[in-house]
Structures are given as C-alpha cells and as structure tokens.
Design a protein around this ligand. Sequence first.
Ligand code: ADP
Ligand code: AMP
Length: 213
Amino acid sequence: MGARRFILLGPPGAGKGTQSARLIEALGVPQISTGDLLRAARKAGTELGKQAQAYMDAGQLVPDALVLSLVEERLAREDARTGYILDGFPRNIAQAEALASRGIAVERVVNVVVDSSALLGRLTGRRVCQQCGATYHIQTAPTSREGVCDACGGVVSQRKDDDAAVIANRLEVYHRETSPLIEYYDRRGLLRSVDGLQTADVVFDAVLAALEN
Ligand code: ADP
Ligand code: AMP
C-alpha cells in the first residue's frame, strides 16, 4: 500500500492533538504538528526558534518560510515515508499550495468542528506535559495527581499562549487565515467534517470513519 497522508483541520482547541495521539497508534503513522516542532525549536534555542518566538507568543502565524523549512526537514525523515498525520499544518492557503507543489497528495482532510464558544474553555483549561507532550484538561481530562503526568510522571503545565488575550488573537487568525482551507479542500473532494463537541472517544470513532470514507 502507498503512503497514507492525512490532515487534521480545525480551530485551536478543537482536539486535533488529542485525536492525533490516538491515530498514531491506530494507523501506525507519525503525527507531524508544526506547533510541536516550533516549540521544540524554541526549547532547543535554534535560530529558527528565536525568530518564531514573538509570533507564537502573540498568537500570530509564524512566517511561511520558517514553517515550511521545518516541515521540509521533518517530511524528509525516515518515519514519514509510510505517511503521516499533519496537525496544525497547513494553516493558510499558501502553505497548502506549497504542500501541493511538492507533489504531496493527501488522502483525506478531516475537519474537526467545534464552535467558538466552546474553544475558550477548552484552551484555558488545557494542560500539557512538559516531558512527553500528553494533553490534559482541568475539567474534562484531568491528571490523577495535580500537575503530574499520568503517562510519564513529568510536570504538567499551561501553555503560555493558552491565555485569554492570546487565545482571542489565535481564534481571529484561524477565521481569517485557516478557515478558507475548509472550502479549498472541499472543492478538491478531500474534506470530511466531524462533530468535535462529542466526547474524545466518540470523536475518535468519527475521525476513523471519515478517514476510510
Ligand atoms: P488542538 O490540538 O486542536 O489545539 P487539543 O487536542 O490540545 O486541541 O485539545 C484542547 C483541549 O480540549 C485539551 O485540554 C483537551 O484535553 C480538550 N479536549 C480535546 N478533545 C475533547 C473532547 N472531545 N471533549 C472535551 N475536551 C476535549
Ligand atoms: P498550535 O500548537 O498548533 O496551537 O500552534 C501554536 C502556535 O505556533 C500558533 O499560534 C502559531 O504561532 C505557530 N504555528 C503552528 N503551526 C503553524 C503553521 N503551520 N504556520 C504558522 N504558524 C504556526
């Protein structure tokens, strides 16, 4: 079988990361999250990470050239040969065009639909393990011990950009820059939408069904 390439689309807080973590196991392909790659670059103190910092802290998109160079490097790695789940990329039409111009055909784009009113609570309540990246929520998916990751025992904390003022910018950027991708992929016959307001288990079943249909 050929490589299986998928895109998870949706606003910040829709549950893309949560679903990707499950899909890695189910599909046996890696998740490629540009948000994770950018945070790793910042942590490592690379030049690219330093250049991305101000944009991320303000909830703006990092310039396409920086993101595309990270993606290029990641897609060239061995584990991406059998396919991948793109999470948080592409984030605008130019990034989608860059992907297409490399001759990369995606099999399916799943749009996780969550209305804006639910996103603020999702994002302000999100907590992330600093060590393994596992994602929690203070109400809907809490850790067993406060501040300690169930999976690896690492420290669980809040992302700096999960702050109300920055979230407002991120949602605005989503509507302006990213939501046009819904129509872009729909016109190409690749889009399926799932209701992201259901429990994570139910959403997962819907995502799997969408990938196969
Ligand atoms: P994204 O990657 O799209 O930004 P996340 O997967 O990080 O979103 O999810 C955002 C927050 O919402 C996290 O705290 C997560 O635990 C929570 N969450 C994810 N899916 C659901 C769901 N189906 N129902 C309730 N909360 C969810
Ligand atoms: P995320 O982890 O997907 O919520 O992304 C966190 C932040 O990283 C965003 O608010 C942007 O500043 C930046 N980012 C992530 N992915 C992209 C992308 N594909 N293009 C531009 N900026 C991105």
